[in-house]
Write a new protein. Structure first.
Lengths: 112, 114
């Protein structure tokens, strides 16, 4: 079955440093989604990428979808303590497919 | 709109007891899901319902049963709880067949089996 690998599992940065998490799928994806889960909270949708090579930005967050539509990345510029949480990617093999396959997530800790 | 509502939020069970986690969504979504989340394991799909009247096993279905009562409600039942089922459970819903197929999660149910 489809597998989605996410690295690193954990990262601890100083406030102001950059952070990147990577997501790789074993199969080509129709689209990929990113979610953020704050400590003690529930996952919340951040963004969806659909097109090959797509790049989207949300303030300090930059999301990329690979040309082959098998990998993706989330980059945070100049982290803040509010960025603390776990970031999950979720791959969708077909548009309209019933289930998404989640990566195991990257836990980000930001020290002031 | 309340979104996805699940109850209870916290529960302690003794081994062998049964319980049902309730979930309801008010977004008229077709698909509903139950996930469990354990440290280092990410979100693992237990069961899902692609539409009213259908249910399918996910990655970790053993020890659980589900009921899609109607389009709004999707319950998860533990017939004989085991300590290995100590986890955080998330119900979720989604509109399928749409490019904007975001998954919306409930706030979670923290279950401890002793």
């Amino acid at each position: 079955g489809q597998q989605v690998m996410q690295i690193p599992q954990y990262q601890h940065v100083q406030e102001g440093e950059d952070f990147t998490t990577y997501c790789n799928s074993s199969t080509t994806l129709s689209n990929i989604q990113w979610y953020k889960q704050r400590p003690g909270g529930h996952p919340v949708f951040l963004i969806q990428l659909v097109k090959s090579g797509e790049v989207k930005k949300q303030k300090r967050l930059t999301f990329q979808f690979g040309e082959a539509k098998k990998n993706s990345s989330l980059h945070i510029t100049a982290t803040q303590t509010t960025d603390v949480g776990t970031y999950f990617c979720a791959g969708n093999p077909h548009s309209g497919y019933s289930t998404l396959t989640f990566g195991k997530g990257t836990m980000l800790l930001v020290s002031p | 709109n309340a979104g996805v509502t699940q109850t209870p939020k916290f529960q302690v069970l003794k081994t062998g007891q049964s319980m049902t986690l309730q979930c309801a969504q008010d977004m008229n979504h077709n698909s509903m899901y139950w996930y469990r989340q354990d440290p280092g394991m990410g979100l693992r799909l237990i069961y899902y319902s692609a539409s009213e009247g259908t249910t399918d096993k996910g990655e970790v279905p053993n020890g659980y049963n589900v009921s899609r009562l109607n389009k709004r409600e999707f319950s998860l039942r533990l017939e004989s709880a085991a300590p290995s089922q100590t986890s955080v459970y998330f119900c979720a819903s989604r509109v399928t067949g749409d490019k904007g197929n975001t998954i919306y999660f409930g706030e979670g149910s923290w279950l401890t089996v002793v």
